[in-house]
Design a protein. Structure first.
Length: 242
């Protein structure tokens, strides 16, 4: 099977990173399905962004013919049973004694990949794509490249399949992820990312910034704003290279 003939499952939250990853997969693979998760997140509004984003992406290029079904998995009970965090409860966002932000949900990405692999197993999908990033991230240990590689090995052994876990943003800054969106779909895809995706931890959709909607103060908003400003500053140079 060639890469172009491969089938993929994208972990798709409705956020900036997962939307860019979905576009990345659609540009590469013949068939792409998506999976989203509800786990009691404060920014539940991100899930409402998913269907409109999928609809808009299906109208770009030849991606409509490649975009397959969407799946939703409810992990609320499992994740809340093992403890609350500032991402699942009304609490002030801060650093813990371990030096991690209290928005870190222990095991979240491990839950996500396990559930996604089970769906991929049933659906005959080989590649599982996630938006994890170790360059611009909040210190979450389950976003690290070593974690993803270990997870791939565990899933392949445990399910006796040859899954490939792909993280196209792993070594990209937020500015570079905006650049990737522009390379994949031009101004149209960038506009979709800005207008339709959601990253704000507090679920704020009423305040519009140049980089999109959000409170502007939480770690996710600060990171997104910084990436947008950096990419905008170097955009003329990038366009001049074409």
């Amino acid at each position: 099977m060639t890469q172009a003939e491969d089938k993929a499952l994208v972990l798709f939250s409705g956020g900036q990173d997962s939307t860019i990853c979905l576009a990345w997969a659609l540009a590469r693979y013949a068939w792409v399905e998506t999976v989203g998760f509800t786990y009691g997140q404060r920014h539940m509004v991100e899930l409402a962004c998913r269907s409109p984003i999928r609809a808009q992406l299906s109208k770009m290029k030849d991606w409509g013919a490649r975009l397959g079904p969407d799946h939703m998995v409810d992990l609320t009970g499992a994740i809340k049973a093992v403890g609350s965090t500032a991402l699942t409860e009304e609490a002030e966002i801060c650093l813990t004694e371990e030096g991690l932000p209290n928005t870190f949900v222990p095991g979240r990405n491990l839950f996500f990949f396990t559930a996604a692999a089970a769906i991929a197993y049933r659906r005959g999908l080989r590649r599982i794509v996630g938006g994890m990033c170790e360059t611009d991230f909040s210190g979450y240990p389950d976003c690290r490249d070593d974690t993803i590689k270990a997870m791939q090995l565990a899933l392949n052994l445990g399910m006796q399949r040859r899954f490939i876990l792909e993280t196209p943003l792993m070594w990209k800054s937020k500015a570079e992820s905006f650049a990737l969106a522009h390379a994949l779909g031009g101004p149209e895809l960038v506009a979709l990312v800005v207008e339709s995706t959601h990253s704000c931890y507090l679920g704020e959709r009423g305040i519009r910034h140049p980089w999109g909607y959000g409170c502007g103060q939480c770690p996710a908003c600060v990171l997104r704003a910084k990436g947008w400003e950096e990419w905008q500053a170097r955009l003329p140079t990038e366009l001049g290279k074409r």
